[in-house]
Design a protein around this ligand. Sequence first.
Ligand SMILES: Nc1ncnc2c1ncn2[C@@H]1O[C@H](COP(=O)(O)OP(=O)(O)OP(=O)(O)O)[C@@H](O)[C@H]1O
Length: 235
Amino acid sequence: MTGLAFATHGLTKVYGEGRAAVHALRGVDLEIPQGEIVVLLGPSGSGKSTLLNIIGGLDRATDGTAYFRDQNLSEMSDAALTRYRREHVGFVFQFYNLMPSLTAHENVELVTEIAADPMDPDEALRLVGLDKRSDHFPAQLSGGEQQRVAIARAIAKQPEVLFCDEPTGALDSETGRAVLQVLHDVNARLGSTVLMVTHNASTAAMADRVIHFSDGSIREVVRNTAKLAPSEIVW
Ligand SMILES: Nc1ncnc2c1ncn2[C@@H]1O[C@H](COP(=O)(O)OP(=O)(O)OP(=O)(O)O)[C@@H](O)[C@H]1O
């Protein structure tokens, strides 16, 4: 029996005020079991990144509650939120945000130095198939390879949760599939809950659960009974 990684109740986010107010989340109720791969789909501007940022501890809700296990993120101090991100969460973004002056190994090491229970940076790079490129700088790596370094950096702290915002957005389909395979393997090997925001609807085939967003609300949650392997996904 798996517990819940996340539960939100009436989660609301309003940016700005008055006539300029943007209602990015309109009372979202959501439960995400631990250890699942969850894909968030929805039109541009529907609130997917906003939700990810709030339950990832990067932003705060205007109203409602968001729990990580039994911890209420909405009531945490800034210092506690920082600790939450540092100890439990890995992030992968569309643009890899690697430090250009550091090698692949050093980019990963930067994170393992401040993590509670990190894996060896070499092991993280091996998991993403880049152990032979560990002394290369980001500019010497392809887009897909840089994304895999970013994933190695995110998984090196053995996070309980991995948040991915458009992880394949800048990649061709073959490279994108390789990156999805890495996310799949991390979920299988470390048991990390993986939450992925994407415009690529094909990705939904590898998820345990697909959440359809529209205009700041959840329209539908679909549980996949027959998942596809990343190698079988076509787009
Ligand atoms: N910092 C901000 N200030 C004001 N409005 C914002 C801010 N961030 C997001 N928004 C607005 O909130 C709404 C939801 O944005 P969000 O980025 O969560 O959508 P999304 O579904 O992730 O979109 P996309 O698929 O294009 O990334 C949009 O209307 C957006 O313009």
